[in-house]
Ligand binder design. Structure first.
Ligand code: XMP
Length: 506
């Protein structure tokens, strides 16, 4: 319904996200591949770009089939592109214009700027400015530094915005997008999780047919939702593999496996704990730990995938942020990627890849999961790193240390649930420190391990702050840990933000 032409802006995905928040379906296509079936689109958004329209190598799409024919909202570079190519002028700004600004002298208060008030905050990020508007354009708004902050071309539904309506810092951005899409272009707001499920299941059926698919489940939200979607599409031809690397939370392997079976998935649980722990023996360096775990995972998965006859596809729970950042926060995809550099690809990597959640953001994955009937408990799970407790045991890893940390972590996490704090925290866990400290229990002097508890709030894991957990909770948790977990005599709470610290200690 909506076409987003991407000129390479870091914000293009955000446009898509804002649009889908309006329950509108959109497709992003690169500027040099304008789709042929334009009659299937009701409107077009032109994205921003790292390029200047004046640069020799700037994108030069042919907009003749779009401009004046479909409603167009041109953002930043897009707005400059139209000005530059249709009778206006773009020149370097006198000052760099980044950050917040206030809209003034707003016109079109009944269409594009409906419900947008004078002084509304917008977000700028550009070094070129539109000095002359394109032909037949009227100015719709200015800011203190930017005369032509918004324009409309007379006789067309073509609008240009110098600022970014898609970023949260543009306070009325969602309203402006809605005005354009719904009021002006009349795009239907029918893009709901239910519809996503219907369309995706139909697409998967079509693409996969009677062939077999293998998928690595991690216990996390993304791979679980991907599995249930695929299961709806192809049923028993989906073969899920859930590997216990011995570094999961306490009882996680069995409880998650139970949960998956309850959901009707065909899951093979593979307990490869000792293979992982053997590979990790004596290793303290965090990056080496990650590599060993990644490689072992690949080996185990490859062995298991070979047990399935004639499998054609590898399914992954890749989501949008993984695609843009190329670093996955959850699940095995990150380890699979890093293995690319290690030489010959394992056989399962020669399979065709299917990634049904590739277009979704995390909160959308959760909405789709809820639509599929996946329990809130599973959907609300905190992120958990692929290398698991290995990067929460500082220094080398032994089965005894894993046991200690599993016990500590379980007390902490169960406590958060009991105190109704779990959902207020974005991620929580415990770290086992490589130091011992002196304590006293009864009349005995002890010399045992220190654990650190960490609970953070965040939206995407890129920045985070520690959570101000109630003292009474910390007190109860600390007491329980020291009384119940043999080998620990001291508990500390991590009060560092990210940056400069990170969420994990390794
Ligand atoms: P940091 O420690 O970088 O963590 O602040 C940010 C988020 O990423 C997770 N994390 C990982 N996830 N493999 C993963 O799959 C890893 O090697 C890894 N390291 C960190 C971390 O748990 C947090 O959610």
């Amino acid at each position: 319904n909506l076409l987003i032409l991407d000129f390479g802006s870091q914000y293009t995905q955000l446009i898509a996200r804002r649009v889908r928040e309006l329950n509108i379906y959109c497709e992003i296509h690169p500027f040099h591949k304008i789709p042929k079936n334009l009659n299937e689109f009701k409107a077009v958004i032109l994205s921003g770009s790292p390029f200047s329209v004046r640069a020799e190598d700037a994108p030069e799409p042919d907009l003749s089939s779009i401009k004046g024919k479909l409603p167009v909202l041109a953002v930043c570079f897009g707005a400059q592109y139209i000005a530059h190519h249709f009778g206006g002028e773009v020149a370097p700004s006198n000052t760099r214009e980044f950050g917040r600004a206030k809209l003034s002298v707003i016109k079109d208060a009944e269409t594009l700027f409906k419900n947008v008030k004078e002084g509304s905050q917008v977000w700028m990020s550009h070094s070129d400015s539109i000095k002359e508007l394109p032909s037949k354009a009227v100015r719709l708004a200015s800011t203190e530094d930017v005369l032509n902050a918004a324009y409309r071309i007379e006789g067309e539904d073509t609008f240009g915005l110098q600022f970014h309506p898609e970023v949260y810092h543009t306070k009325d951005g969602a309203q402006i997008l809605k005005n354009f899409l719904v009021e002006i272009a009349g795009v239907p707001q029918t893009w709901t999780p239910a519809r996503f499920v219907d369309l995706t299941v139909a697409e998967l059926k079509e693409k996969i047919g009677n062939q077999k698919v293998v998928l690595g489940l991690s216990g996390g939200v993304d791979s679980s939702v991907a599995a249930v979607l695929l299961h709806q599409a192809i049923g028993e031809n989906l073969y899920c593999i859930f590997v216990n690397n011995g570094l999961l939370r306490k009882d996680e392997f069995s409880s998650v496996l139970e949960q998956y079976k309850g959901m009707g998935l065909n899951v093979k649980g593979v307990d490869a704990s000792s293979r992982f722990l053997d590979a990790l023996a004596g290793i303290s360096d965090p990056e080496t730990k990650r590599k060993k775990i990644g490689n072992t995972f690949i080996d185990v998965f490859d062995d298991e995938a070979h047990q399935i006859q004639e499998v054609s596809f590898l399914a992954q729970g890749t989501i949008y942020p993984d695609v843009i950042e190329s670093v996955s926060v959850n699940g095995p995809s990150v380890t699979i990627k890093s293995h690319h550099n290690v030489g010959g690809l394992p056989d399962f990597m020669k399979l065709k890849v299917v990634e049904p959640l590739r277009m979704l953001f995390k909160d959308e994955v959760r909405r789709v999961g809820a639509e599929l009937g996946i329990s809130n408990k599973l959907l609300g799970r905190h992120p958990f790193p692929g290398p698991g407790l290995a990067i929460r045991i500082l220094g080398d890893i032994t089965p005894e240390k894993v046991r200690i940390l599993q016990e500590v972590d379980a007390i902490f996490i169960n406590g958060l649930r009991k105190w109704d704090l779990y959902d207020q925290v974005w991620q929580a866990g415990a770290m086992l420190l490589p130091v011992s400290s002196v304590g006293v229990m009864g009349d005995e002097r002890t010399y045992e391990k220190v654990v650190a508890l960490r609970a953070v709030e965040s939206t995407d894991g890129m920045t985070a702050d520690w959570v101000d957990l109630p003292y009474a909770f910390l007190q109860e948790t600390s007491n329980k840990i020291i009384n119940q977990v043999k080998g620990v005599n001291r508990v500390v709470y991590d009060i560092s933000s990210k940056p400069p610290a990170t969420i994990e200690w390794e």
